[in-house]
Design a protein around this ligand. Sequence first.
Ligand code: ZN
Length: 220
Amino acid sequence: MFAAERCGCDLRGGMKRLIALSVLVFVVAFAATLAWKLWPELTRPKYVDPAFRIPSPLDLESIPTASRFDFPLGNENGAMAYNAQRFTESKHLGDDLNGIGGENSDLGDPIYAIADGRVLLARDGGPGWGNVVILLHAYLDNGERKYVQSYYGHVQDMLVHSGETVKRGQQIATVGTANGRYFAHLHFEMREFITPFIGPGYRQDTRGWINPTKFIEAHR
Ligand SMILES: [Zn+2]
C-alpha cells in the first residue's frame, strides 16, 4: 500500500517533468524558428544597389524629355545594320541587330543611346546575357509625359554607369558575343515598364514589351 502510493507519486512527478520538458522544447523550437525566419529581414543591408532601385517619381521627373529616337547600331537610320531575328519571331522579345558584314564582323562596333535618357542599369546580366545596359527615356505622347525603356544585351564593353544621364547618339557600349556564346550581335528590346529588369529574352506573353523598330520609326 505504502509502496504503491509512493510509486504513484513518482509517476505524477515524472509526468510533470515530462510536460515541463515538452513545453520547454516547444518554446525553444518556436523561438529558434522565429529567429531563423526573421534573421534575413533583421540583418538585410539598408543600402540597395542603384541597379535594383525602382526610380522614384522625383528621379523620373529629372529625366530629360527625348525629342526623337534613333536606331542604336549602324547609323541613326539603321543603315549598315540588319535585323536577324525580329520582335515576336520565335517568341523573341526584341530585335537582334547585326552589322551587314555578318558573323563577328560587328564585334566591338559602337552602340548608341537611341534617345536622351538615364542609365537604369549597366552590369553583367549573367550566363546567356553577358553585359547589359538599360536606359530609361521620357517622351511626350499627345502632350502626356510617358516613359519607355531601351535594352542593350550581349554587349562587350559598357561605357556608362547606372544613374548617368545620356544624350541621343552618345556611344554607350560596344557589340559583343555574350562571352563567346553567339556571333556578335546586339539584342535590342524596348519596354513600357520602368523597373530595371534583365528579363528572359524570349516569352510568349509580350505584354510590357513593344516592337523596337516600329517604335523608333514612329518617333524619328
Ligand atoms: Zn536576341
